[in-house]
Design a protein around this ligand. Sequence first.
Ligand code: REY
Length: 408
Amino acid sequence: MTLGVFGKWRRTALGATLGATLVPLLAFPAQAAPPRPDLTGLRGVLRTAVSQGAPGATALLDDHGTVHRLAVGVSDRKTGRALAPGDRFRIGSVTKVFSAVVLLQLVDERKLVLDAPVNRYLPKLLPDDRITVRHVLSHRSGLYDYSTDLFARSVAGFEAVRTKVFTYRQLLDRSLRRPRTTAPGGPYSYSNTNFVVAGLLIEKLTGRPVGTAYQNRIIKPLKLRDTFYVHPGTGIPGVHTRGYLTPDAPATALVDATRQTASWAQSAGALISSSRDLTTFLSALQRGRLTSAAALTQMRRWSPAGAKQAYGLGLRRRDLSCGVSVYGHTGAVQGYYTYAFTTLDGRRSLAALANASNSSRVHNTMLRTLESAFCGKSAGTSAGKSGVRRGSAVPNERAEDRPEPHGV
Ligand code: REY
């Protein structure tokens, strides 16, 4: 597809994808204009993350074209090389936004209907014909998250899959061995399995590997020079930061997790990118450069997803303390925590990274980058607590926003 041709999108048949049953949708929030960003506060948050054990942390803030780049700490603990704001890294579940965009483009092209059963496109794939494409993209399918079992023990689980290559079918089978978590169309329950199904749909409908779809439909048109899908390759091309997995046992050495296939994640979380590419991508999405306006409206049909957040189709909304909501995703893949969000108009975007994972302290600190970036000095007293707390009201919340037990 090419950019700048959105006349054609207006004529598409998204209306046909509407209807059917939806869980009650959250009212679309009133948008307050974001206060000026607090760059000093932002740097302070990055410093705190490093003081809490992340080797490095970085943030790139694009405010109406003015770009601020901040970085603290190191990218490589062996060489001591400083973390640079341009470094490439593993973006984990921010990949889900890419996968959802590809599927919404296929909806625009009338090759996919959101409220059709997944099994219409992939006969007999799922054990329940009632599970629709929309259920999958909004985490309301009830498909158990196979990664919960894989990473019950963080380091041992990771080392067992570090160089493994899974087929989508194998990942799905790991999920299907377990009972469904909800009825189709039930409440939000975050599961990587949904975006394995998304990958299968992309491959079925395009006849090509998912990497080709990302390349042709998003990476090339937006000229994202740092974004790669290298699966099952294990390296990160070019200048990148190493990533460090925090062991579950306190006071044990960080594990360098840079080299891995990320095959357990694939279309749910295996993309590599940079802060600049992520802000470009999310801004383009919100500004309607990747899908039709109707498709974007579908991506923004929100299901409740925990305290101060909601989930659309592969897109998360976070409601900040100053009344501003931001749109994007978080990512947690071994060694890397990513935070990529933009405003509704796509004019202010933040991508932040800590090159550590499996640390709830670092994660909850890094979530505060959003408060500094979008609420500025007016960040409310809740700013420091904006992460989901232990005992969250969302029973099946997955790693992207769930504090890990370690170090809390
Ligand atoms: C997988 C485990 C987390 C990460 C996950 N990530 O579902 C998806 C996402 C792709 O939302 C690992 N945690 C860590 C553990 C916990 O092993 N026992 O933090 O490195 O991005």
